[in-house]
Write a protein of this length. Structure first.
Length: 372
């Protein structure tokens, strides 16, 4: 299906999710709950073709992620191919699972930037969040490798109830590691995070204090760039959906499915596979990529809202997760008829501040699958 009334621009940013496998079991992972049913079917040659086709269309930024991308045996060759195609490459990694010296090999292959996930400055907290006792030491080792090789280091810290009180210490820790940028990211509640919302959601007061701390460091105390990604659930207006559905971002997951965003496969849409179609066919002609382009799909209040060109009706994945209607106005928006339901979810989620989350692992995924 193609919407002839909408001018379709080529993708600019492509994300290759090389594997579903990950040595960490982070309880906020956006990965689908039934990941135990999935398989890594993409071969090196498949990734090469995807990159060639996306580059030919005009894509310039290439992210490499997973799961944990360092577990893919072909990662060095994939980075080299990307560099040969003149992509700007960014590795998004947990820092756990790669062989010693892997960063040097990746730099020599052309890697430009590394985004490293750091859950805490504190080993005990990091172990609690990741359910991996070696995570802390492994992350420190790879952070040193990244700096020793002269690569730009971006540290990403996902903030939940379990570590939000540590913001100041985390910022100091990131600076000690030599980070060029630190992203303090309040998580979005998809996948395992939504399953664990009762255990992870901070209070509004905690978030306001965290932002205040980030503002202080950003303005007075550090030369490192600190970004604070605001949460959704306490806002009155939604975030724009991926800069507009099917306008900028293209994700290819380990199954070979092409997605407009990392979590789009949670929607009741059939997403095309790169083993069956070219990137150009997928981007321009597939029903899934055209489904939310433009505003013809929008119900009220989005259809008549003057802000629809700013937020595009909000996040489609969040709307579906909270309402089971993927065309619904994002419930974060105060104009949404479901906004009161979201506020109730928030209130209910904060009733037990000591509830333990469920880890993202194969055992728990199979339990979820068997319940369905």
């Amino acid at each position: 299906m193609k919407n002839d009334f909408i001018k379709i621009k080529p993708p600019l940013w492509i994300l290759l999710e090389l594997t579903h496998k990950c040595p960490l079991e982070c309880n906020y992972c956006y990965n689908q709950l039934d990941f135990a049913l999935t398989k890594d079917v993409m071969k090196k040659e498949d990734w090469f073709r995807v990159m060639e086709e996306a580059r030919e269309m005009g894509a310039v930024q290439l992210g490499i992620s997973g799961g944990e991308p360092l577990l893919n045996k072909d990662i060095v060759q994939i980075i080299k191919k990307a560099n040969d195609l003149k992509f700007y490459t960014n590795l998004i990694t947990s820092g756990v699972g790669g062989e010693k010296g892997i960063i040097k090999k990746l730099k020599n292959a052309g890697l430009k930037t590394v985004q490293l996930g750091i859950q805490s400055h504190d080993k005990e907290t990091m172990t609690l969040i990741t359910n991996n006792k070696s995570a802390y030491d492994k992350k420190l080792e790879i952070a040193k490798e990244i700096k020793d090789e002269g690569l730009q280091l971006i540290i990403n810290t996902c903030i939940t109830r379990e570590n939000i009180h540590q913001i100041a210490d985390i910022i100091d820790f990131a600076e000690e590691l030599g980070a060029n940028y630190l992203e303090i990211a309040n998580i979005q509640y998809y996948g395992w995070a939504l399953k664990n919302v009762d255990s992870l959601l901070p209070t509004k007061e905690q978030i306001l204090q965290a932002k205040k701390t980030c503002d202080y460091y950003r303005e007075k105390k550090t030369n490192m760039k600190v970004f604070f990604v605001v949460p959704d659930y306490f806002e009155e207006r939604p975030k724009p959906c991926m800069n507009g559905w099917g306008t900028t971002f293209l994700t290819i997951n380990p199954d070979g499915n092409a997605l407009p965003c990392n979590t789009a496969n949670t929607l009741p849409l059939h997403f095309p596979n790169v083993k069956d179609f070219s990137i150009k066919e997928i981007w321009n002609d597939s029903e899934a990529f055209n489904f939310f382009r433009g505003d013809a799909w929008m119900p009220d209040p989005c259809r008549t809202c003057p802000e629809k060109e700013k937020d595009f009706g909000g996040c489609r994945c969040q709307a579906y997760a909270l309402t089971k209607n993927m065309k619904a106005t994002d419930p974060v928006c105060s104009k949404s008829p479901d906004h009161d339901n979201l506020q109730k979810l928030v209130k209910d989620s904060l009733k037990d501040m000591n509830k333990k989350p469920l880890y993202r692992n194969r055992k728990n995924s199979l339990i979820f699958i068997n319940k369905e």
